[in-house]
Design a protein around this ligand. Structure first.
Ligand code: ADP
Ligand code: MG
Length: 325
């Protein structure tokens, strides 16, 4: 229970006007009039659930459009579900708002959510709204379903598996840099930072196919290190095979692969597959998932992640990704 300033309606009026419409088609959301929501996985399915917080000044910039902030908050969560092979179904929204946030901002925020709900076929199921003396904080908890036992874990990579990644790497990091340095142009890179594309179709197609997967949020090499550690294996990545966009090369030059593989916010899926599925996984990605994937390395016995350049020299990677602390 919170009281807002006069430019904003009460917490309850706000929920009724902006958020209840986003929950209307979800029976379990009970019109956002109860203490909690009900979620029933379809028979034979398990609930997959994940949460991510976006804080103003850390994950987005104060003058980013509210609709883009909303979409990013939802999409980074959907990306986690995609990487686990889950079908996204819904989400909860916890908002902490400073008094400076007005109704125009909130309407644009809700509109952004509404557009993405249609795009990704998810519905709002509840949340919390409070005021804060600090910056805007947005926590979304997204959930979805996988057939029992089919969630793709980080821990299943085996020596002999091949390593793949979707899309291109480093675009968002370059976009963020272009925004921060007020560099004109580079719209594609800026959009890759502001509105990532969670690879929902690919994730689903990788069920029963990938031995391990995760979404790339902190940097390709840093995230692959999580698979290596949890799976108890070593991952070798060929620097020359890491997919880079033309737009990225135009800004950072052709020699930017280490930087690209160490910068965050890609929201691509990195995954491993048994080598006898190499052809099949490429076929599925192209067909059913209509998502580009690239083979970038292999899993071997040992530990850690190494980046190999053409003459098989190892590049030491000092700062592999973004860490908060
Ligand atoms: P309580 O006081 O029991 O925590 P609230 O008054 O916070 O309940 O919330 C009332 C209803 O509104 C609940 O169904 C809750 O899920 C929903 N709700 C509150 N804030 C949000 C939000 N930001 N987005 C979506 N639903 C919300
Ligand atoms: Mg509450």
């Amino acid at each position: 229970m919170t009281s807002f300033n006069s430019e904003r309606p009460s917490e309850f009026a706000l929920i009724a006007e902006l958020f209840a419409p986003l929950a209307k088609s979800a029976p379990g959301a009970l019109g956002l009039t109860d203490d909690a929501a009900l979620i029933a996985p379809p028979p034979g399915y398990e609930l997959v659930i994940t949460t991510d917080t976006l804080v103003e000044g850390v994950h987005f910039l104060a003058d980013d459009p509210a609709a883009s902030i909303a979409k990013k908050a939802l999409r980074v969560n959907l990306s986690d579900l995609a990487a686990k092979g889950a079908e996204a179904a819904g989400y909860l929204l916890a908002l902490s708002l400073p008094r400076t946030v007005d109704m125009n901002w909130l309407r644009a925020f809700a509109k952004g959510l509404s557009e993405d709900q249609r795009l990704f076929d998810v519905l709002l199921h509840g949340g919390d709204t409070t005021s804060t003396p600090g910056p805007i904080s947005i926590t979304i908890t997204a959930f979805g379903f996988v057939p029992q036992g089919m969630m793709i874990r980080r821990g299943g990579a085996k020596p002999g598996n091949l390593v793949f990644v979707s899309g291109t790497i480093g675009d968002a990091g370059a976009g963020l840099e272009a925004i921060k340095t007020k560099t004109e142009g580079h719209a594609y890179l800026k959009e890759r930072y502001g509105e990532p594309s969670p690879r929902m179709k690919l994730g689903r197609a990788l069920r029963g196919m990938a031995s391990a997967a995760l979404d790339v949020s902190d940097g390709l090499l840093a995230d692959l290190a999580h698979i290596a550690e949890i799976s108890g294996v070593r991952i070798e990545i060929d620097a020359s095979r890491i997919p880079l966009s033309q737009e990225l090369r135009a800004l950072w030059g052709d020699d930017c692969v280490v930087r690209a593989a160490s910068s965050g916010d890609d929201y691509e899926i990195a995954f491993t597959v048994p080598d006898n599925r190499q052809g099949l996984v490429k076929e599925i990605a192209k067909g059913r998932a209509s998502t580009s994937i690239t083979e970038i390395g292999r899993v071997v016995a040992g530990q850690g992640v190494v980046l190999l350049v053409e003459n098989a020299r190892e590049i030491p990677v000092l700062r592999a990704g973004y860490t908060h602390f």
